[in-house]
Design a protein. Sequence first.
Lengths: 295, 295
Amino acid sequence: MSIKNVAIVCGTHGNEITGVYLMKKWQKDLSLISRESFSTGLLQGNPKAYEINRRYVDEDLNRQFAQKDLENPELGSYEENRAKVINQILGPKGNPKTDLIIDLHTTTSNMGPTVLIPQKGRFYNLLAAYVKQQMPEAIVFCDEDSRANEEHHLLCTVGKYGVIVEVGPVPQSVLRHDVFEQSEQLTQIILDFVELFNQDALPELPESVEVFRFIKSLTLPVDEQGERIGMVHKHVQDSDFAQLNPGDPLFMKFDGEAILYDGDKTVYTAFVNEAAYYDNNLATSLMEKATLSTK
Amino acid sequence: MSIKNVAIVCGTHGNEITGVYLMKKWQKDLSLISRESFSTGLLQGNPKAYEINRRYVDEDLNRQFAQKDLENPELGSYEENRAKVINQILGPKGNPKTDLIIDLHTTTSNMGPTVLIPQKGRFYNLLAAYVKQQMPEAIVFCDEDSRANEEHHLLCTVGKYGVIVEVGPVPQSVLRHDVFEQSEQLTQIILDFVELFNQDALPELPESVEVFRFIKSLTLPVDEQGERIGMVHKHVQDSDFAQLNPGDPLFMKFDGEAILYDGDKTVYTAFVNEAAYYDNNLATSLMEKATLSTK
């Protein structure tokens, strides 16, 4: 089955402005994102949040795309409504007019150019291998929810296929030249992949590709009143996708005492100290290494 | 004349949260900021902006402290009112009860630990020399407004003396362990300085100290409609206090063309691509090297 319609979405979070500037660039020269075998559309996810320079107006848009929420008219916040409109434009989820959604995000964490894959399947495995072949410094971040796709709440799951381009570090509301370039390069590589996939012209790919798979999130330490009593330790800060070993410093309490990682095996970190995750008191994601097969 | 009352102010910008966490730490153990020869108070500049996790509610609090604005009851935005209250607490400006205000800030720019000095005088020159002696990696940033102190609009100018502790890089709304430590160390050094100054017990200081002095700001390139057409070039990004030479790449236009620095002499950058300055379309400050004398 070939990909006929691709949508590039930007500004799903209003203060992740890199994608919005890429959109403005591409709108002036659509040939940059055009390929022969499919059409490419551009959509700004949350223009109102961009206007007020915030992640969202009422709540996180990128958590509003579970099927039951899209079908629930009682959910009427700005983003709950906007999700229903996006589902009309790109979906409808389950039987969508869009074959692939590429959703452009940035992070304050030192994750470099990362492609986040929220589902399993051969298409994704080939994509992962092609991305690593063309851009070895890119990271493939797998978070394949075990639930059915209809329960996924990410915007990109409205398409038949969907991925997130996630690049950092860049502060919220900032445009960095390097992050702009990496986001553009990674998006171009994905478009190239689709073209080659459609034409059955992919280059020879390795039999397997190394990825990181999400295990769970860790929260910041708090006292009995829920007040934070520590921060991410500088040993872990900026060390996304580096090893975290049992006994390594993980948090530094404000009273000067370090809290060590008490897991029983080596893991890897991601989204370390991401600004947007303070809302939920998250400190870091824990990841494990895994491989995807292209056979 | 000795310093009797010091005020440490934090959270003047609501999304610069490092100082707020330092305040919480110090409130639990006031001995950390106490010295024999003076008293030290703590004040959160803009609690409401901190609560909503924004720089400000209506406008930048740290621009509301010119004498004529403090005296103008017509100026009634949240921050214009808050400035009048802070002037009551720490001032009044011109005849203040506070001898020294230390205002804690952070920046998204790669400025390291910086002390910003907004006025001229022997007290400041000695402070600058002591800070550089105790913390050689610290930067002294002079922006002595040529206008009378009463026209200065910064919060710290409400005190008889005032300085800003400005540390980065850290994204808005993020607490970094290293930035927390640098902010604390720099503040402690300033408190130590005051103690030694009061006791006439300063160590031998070099005859002069190298500083950077603000020249002017550069704006981002825009088209005739005022729309941004480029970003800070990666040659300049993260290069705060590094040389910018005539002909160096300064901006990268979205169409791929670099804009070179067209000044006629070597300068230095600061506040490069600072998130908060996008409001005014500022790209970077330009600085020159200068020396302050301790004699």
